[in-house]
Design a protein around this ligand. Sequence first.
Ligand SMILES: C[S@@+](CC[C@H](N)C(=O)[O-])C[C@H]1O[C@@H](n2cnc3c(N)ncnc32)[C@H](O)[C@@H]1O
Length: 251
Amino acid sequence: MTGAGVRGDTAAMVRARTSFLASGVYEPIAREVAEVIGDHVLPPPAELRDETPAGRPARVATGPLLADLGGGTGYYSAYVLNHVPEFEGVLLDASAPAAKVAVRAHPRLTVATADLWRAIPLPTANVDVALVVFAPRNPAEIARILKSDGICVVATPQPDHLAELRAVVPLLGIEPDKGTRLESQFAGFGRFETRFVTYQTALDPTAIAEVIGMGPSAYHLSPANIADRAAAAGRRLVTVSVAVDVFTRGA
Ligand SMILES: C[S@@+](CC[C@H](N)C(=O)[O-])C[C@H]1O[C@@H](n2cnc3c(N)ncnc32)[C@H](O)[C@@H]1O
């Protein structure tokens, strides 16, 4: 994992993220993530859910475990848990304001704060699916926590993601080497597949302010500055372009 220090989202970023994600603009990304997980991970054998004649569970059944790393407000983990009902989830994030929102995201989601640059506070070989959506990646720790047949699903913005907003906020640019960096970070894993989610959507100034306010530019711009830039941008058609990569535990 590259980088240093914790940069968890601030309360203002979390408010912007919560509102923007609630609008459903990124729902196609969540849907693809849920579908890819459903396609790759089989539900537990039926006998795990068998009940005794008295109606009591024959054994304590725990489903496959999803770990949403840098999971923010829990939007993506809640979506996956709703659409792949066999799963239990754990969400880890450095941001206390994000964790406060995430604890209410889904009844099968457990939430804790942690600095994932340092270590992932989960047991070895415990996780069926590690999920990283637009968040820092620690491949050595992900390899440690995954079961031998586990997968890591990584969603990353592509170079054309929100390209139309770069005229509004120059800082919003995507690092040009993102794909190469992902490949080198996960060199010890096998790559199963990559799916692309690409579409255009119209954003009004409120949504533009939120999408800027929940991203890295928010560390450098005041809320008033963001609002001014969004108002000047007006209503705009923007491109959403994200890759969803599936890595397997072994190369
Ligand atoms: C762009 S947000 C993505 C959040 C969420 N995955 C989503 O897409 O809604 C990046 C997240 O990574 C978290 N983060 C940043 N550095 C971190 C670290 N060192 N350890 C844990 N989380 C971190 C932030 O707090 C933030 O919630």
